[in-house]
Write a protein that binds this ligand. Structure first.
Ligand SMILES: NC(=O)c1ccc[n+]([C@@H]2O[C@H](COP(=O)([O-])OP(=O)(O)OC[C@H]3O[C@@H](n4cnc5c(N)ncnc54)[C@H](O)[C@@H]3O)[C@@H](O)[C@H]2O)c1
Length: 264
């Protein structure tokens, strides 16, 4: 049996109670990491931690709003108290607001920016001294295909995800000589509760699902595990020469400006 790739390491994963964050937490724990799960949703966070422990892993859930500095600072202190340090940071928590710009309130705009972008400022600010002490430090930020291209009716989301990609590059440069690699994963359509919620709000959810899947060259939605495998790659020595990249995991979505699967 091959050695576990994150044995002896500690990983902090935000938004780990659901979807992609949950998938990353489960895979990192299966690879031997102690995982600290941050989420606003206590019930989901506790359930994820319990699932990980049931599978033989080590997990600590901390309820925290990643857009609030005092809560991020408190969560990091709790992780240090429990595990002593942090080797891997995964900034995954994110929200989507589906509204044309003129209908967004100032508070709604600020909220999307705070959860999707300011959270990375806060987690990095409060973990960087710990990451600098690790011989294996990495940061992975979750962007989106919307880090590269626009999409309709989500201006604050698209702006925040574009900024996540550029913040990744800036941090990669600033911490390169400290030995901390910083990369971004840009998922395509991933089958998570967030995605299902937005599909449920459309006029014909079944037709929406079919048309969204038909637009994807690989012909299927991504799974949280697809994204988790990329996060594992960018958090281990397998990606030792890589920092500052935006790594698409999109099932071919952005390879095509248009896609009609009847053309072949
Ligand atoms: N699902 C997709 O198709 C898709 C595509 C591209 C990018 N993404 C990105 O992937 C990330 C995860 O998305 P998902 O689909 O798994 O969503 P999800 O809603 O299933 O999970 C997100 C988790 O983040 C938590 N969260 C939200 N706000 C928080 C806050 N302020 N503090 C702490 N936790 C908070 C939620 O409680 C939830 O558990 C997001 O950044 C999203 O933008 C998703």
């Amino acid at each position: 049996m091959s050695a576990k790739r994150l044995q002896g390491r500690t990983a902090l994963i935000t938004g780990a109670g659901s979807g992609i964050g949950q998938g990353i937490a489960e895979l990192f724990a299966a690879e031997g990491a102690r995982v600290a799960l941050l989420d606003l949703d206590e019930a989901k966070g506790l359930l994820t931690a319990a699932r990980i422990r049931d599978a033989g892993g080590e997990a600590l859930f901390i309820r925290a709003d990643v857009s609030v500095e005092a809560e991020v600072r408190g969560a990091v202190d709790a992780i240090v108290g429990a595990y002593g340090g942090i080797d891997h940071l995964v900034n995954n928590a994110g929200i989507v607001l589906v509204k044309p710009l003129e209908e967004c309130t100032e508070a709604e705009w600020d909220q999307v920016m705070a959860v999707n972008l300011k959270s990375i400022f806060l987690t990095v600010k409060h973990t960087i001294r710990l990451l600098k002490q690790s011989a294996n430090a990495t940061i992975v930020n979750i962007g989106s295909v919307s880090s590269f291209v626009g999409q309709g009716h989500t201006p604050s989301y698209v702006a925040s995800k574009g900024a996540v990609m550029m913040l990744t590059k800036a941090l990669a440069l600033d911490y390169a000589r400290a030995g901390i690699r910083v990369n971004c994963i840009c998922p395509g359509i991933t089958d998570t509760p967030l995605f299902r919620f937005h599909v449920s709000k459309t006029a014909n959810p079944k037709a929406t699902l079919e048309s969204r899947a038909a637009r994807v060259p690989l012909g299927r939605f991504l799974t949280p595990r697809d994204i988790a495998k990329a996060a594992l790659y960018l958090s281990t020595d397998d990606s030792s020469g890589i920092t500052g990249i935006a790594h698409l995991v999109d099932a071919g979505y952005l390879a095509a400006a248009e896609w009609d699967n009847r053309q072949i």
